[in-house]
Design a protein around this ligand. Structure first.
Ligand code: AMP
Length: 344
């Protein structure tokens, strides 16, 4: 595996592969790699001849009071993990390499970027869309892999790629969770002491709502309240939002669609207990698909053993943490992407 830091070299390397007729898969990341990132790299490895990861903490997508400076960075550890899952090339540019002069061109995907994280993080999705557009032009891949954990981001990138005719297939991949259900995130590293177990309130809320869905509940406010109740019951958590949205348009929904896909998304700040300080803003979601009256809730997959992110297709029971086991049949967890690769 090679690590390149310049745009020119990376372009040349990828063009070289393309000239040989090799297909290229691309996984953009901000580093601090975990099982979620590795699942994307594995998927790319399965589907493409060459796999490229980018590691770049993009200042454009951080607000003034956000964690750009403290965001975890460890290229050496990331390189070892990426190599372990068969990555061929890491593109790890400096900020100066990506933004050598003041940037005056911004990619903004209206509508989809508003609400949810767009409200609490103004300008965030413009920063994301702009850097991903640049990365798509540098790493000219056939397929680019994004996690459904960042559902709004995935929707924004898919729309951007369609609107601007990027010749790349954007593939959405299941959310990967730690053994107790917490969605893997680089920001989990901020959680100290009891904050780690407090962070489970997001997943608990989503599961409570999933249970209501499986019992026939369709109203958005009831589902959202179920999520909010779990987050608000946790003393270390402060709710940002809990909302049911249409998956493709991110429009607010009053109830689950008769036919189509929705996401139930939650964001919360989890504070470290004193004397520790600091907090982490975490997000999570479940996908809810309604097809001919049949409802499926997709929570993602549980990383099997340490960093390994093997999908537990159709059976999450073994990995369901005891604290969350509630005596009912677990909500079907399936990797729908594998069946309909370009739906996302
Ligand atoms: P980040 O490094 O946070 O910018 O994330 C890079 C990519 O990894 C994005 O496409 C994320 O959606 C994806 N990702 C992050 N966490 C997870 C997770 N728990 N499961 C699946 N994908 C994830």
């Amino acid at each position: 595996m090679e690590i390149l830091t310049t745009v020119t070299e990376t372009r040349e390397r990828v063009f070289g592969w393309r000239r040989q007729g090799l297909s290229v898969g691309f996984v953009p990341t901000m580093g601090a790699l975990h099982a979620g990132h590795l699942s994307l790299l594995r998927r790319a490895r399965q589907e493409c001849d060459r796999v490229v990861a980018s590691i770049f903490v993009n200042p454009l997508q951080f607000g003034q009071n956000e964690d750009f400076d403290s965001y975890p960075r460890n290229l050496e550890a990331d390189a070892a993990l990426a190599q372990g899952v068969g990555c061929d090339l890491i593109f790890a540019p400096s900020v100066e390499e990506m933004y050598p002069e003041e940037i005056r061109t911004v990619v903004s995907v209206s509508g989809l970027s508003e609400g949810l994280c767009g409200s609490s993080r103004p300008g965030h999705f413009d920063g994301v869309a702009t850097v991903v557009a640049k990365l798509f032009n540098i790493v000219t891949a056939d397929r680019a892999y994004f996690g459904r954990k960042d559902a709004q981001q995935l929707a924004v990138i898919k729309k951007m790629a369609r609107d601007l005719d990027f010749p790349v297939t954007v593939v959405g991949c299941p959310t990967v969770r730690e053994a107790d259900g917490l969605a893997c995130s680089s920001r989990n590293a901020y959680l100290e002491g009891e904050a780690r177990s407090a962070a489970l309130c997001l997943y608990r809320g989503l599961r409570a709502a999933s249970r209501l869905v499986s019992e026939g509940e369709r109203r958005a406010d009831v589902l959202e309240r179920a999520v909010m109740a779990e987050v608000q019951a946790e003393p270390l958590a402060t709710l940002d939002y809990a909302e049911l949205r249409d998956w493709a348009t991110m429009a607010k929904l009053d109830r689950l669609p008769e036919d189509g896909e929705a996401i139930l998304a939650v964001a919360a700040y989890i504070s470290n207990p004193p004397p520790a300080s600091g907090k982490a803003r975490l997000i999570d979601n479940v996908f809810i698909a309604v097809e001919q009256g049949k409802v499926t809730v997709d929570e993602g997959v549980v990383a099997a053993g340490g960093e390994s992110a093997a999908a537990l297709d159709g059976d999450s029971a073994a990995a369901t943490p005891p604290g969350l086991r509630d005596g009912r049949k677990p909500v079907a967890v399936r990797d729908r992407e594998r069946r309909t690769p370009d739906k996302g």
